[in-house]
Design a protein around this ligand. Structure first.
Ligand SMILES: NC(=O)c1ccc[n+]([C@@H]2O[C@H](COP(=O)([O-])OP(=O)(O)OC[C@H]3O[C@@H](n4cnc5c(N)ncnc54)[C@H](OP(=O)(O)O)[C@@H]3O)[C@@H](O)[C@H]2O)c1
Length: 221
């Protein structure tokens, strides 16, 4: 797959390196190829272009910029009709007292607001509930077949299937949580992850897993 990643910071770099290892072509979309504050990582086959040029060639376009950059970034993408957009962002806020929160929640989500800005694209919320370190290394030995999960949601089933494959390529078990409105649950889940990581001395080495027990038949009568 041609994966266009907008933003080459922590998340964009980690995802790009890992997807390249899985055989995908990575095209970074940045404000200033060759001169930005954050420089895309270098690895075989990677290229770096202006945002609209990267977005045009991507089979999928990954948004990995700060939330407050989204209006600029979306404005720069160009025509995204029918394109799968992965929204990794979280609409985080930091109060003057240093407390983390979400700018949007409960009645909408960052992902839904992005979908409103890109009405003809297929927005998928994913890769937002862990620190970037887990996108580089998702292995957690000692849990048997249990894999870290990657929760995702979208209103488009084909787009979800595409993103589920990209999650599988990085070692995650993709979990389809439903329509894009489920981002109202996935964005607070990112906040929970961040708060736990801070509480544990900023340790990023933990992930979400889902344990299932076979359903028992309801009692007769
Ligand atoms: N950090 C994590 O572990 C983590 C995990 C999951 C999700 N997220 C979410 O993912 C997003 C990215 O986080 P990050 O930690 O990767 O951020 P980061 O390291 O600060 O990188 C941000 C990237 O966005 C680019 N950017 C900033 N403003 C831009 C604009 N107006 N137009 C175009 N590009 C712009 C920056 O490029 P320049 O060099 O040009 O400034 C940089 O490449 C955030 O929304 C965050 O909430 C983060």
């Amino acid at each position: 797959m041609n994966v266009a990643i907008i933003g080459a910071g922590n998340v964009g770099s980690a995802l790009g390196r890992s997807w390249a290892k899985a055989g995908h072509s990575i095209i970074y979309g940045v404000r200033n190829p060759g001169g930005g504050k954050t420089q895309p990582p270098t690895f075989s086959g990677v290229s770096s272009r202006l945002i609209p040029d990267a977005a045009r060639v991507g089979d999928v376009v990954v948004l990995a910029t700060p939330w407050n950059a989204i209006p600029d970034v979306v404005g720069a993408l160009g025509d995204m009709k029918g394109k799968t957009i992965i929204d990794c962002t979280n609409p985080l806020t930091l109060s003057p007292e240093g407390s983390l929160g979400l700018e949007i929640g409960s009645t909408s989500s960052g992902a839904e607001e992005i979908q409103k800005l890109l009405p003809t694209a297929h927005v998928v919320k994913a890769f937002n509930t862990y620190g970037w370190e887990n996108f580089e290394n998702s292995t957690y030995p000692g849990y048997g077949d249990l894999k870290p999960v990657m929760f995702l949601c979208s209103d488009d089933d084909d787009a979800k299937e595409m993103v589920a494959k990209l999650a599988t390529d990085l070692g995650f078990e993709p979990i389809d949580t439903g329509g894009l409105g489920m981002a109202r649950s996935l964005e607070p889940l990112a906040l929970l992850w961040i708060r736990l990581a801070i509480r544990e001395g900023r340790n990023p080495n933990f992930v979400w897993g889902v344990m299932r027990r076979a359903a028992t038949a309801p009692a007769a009568g």
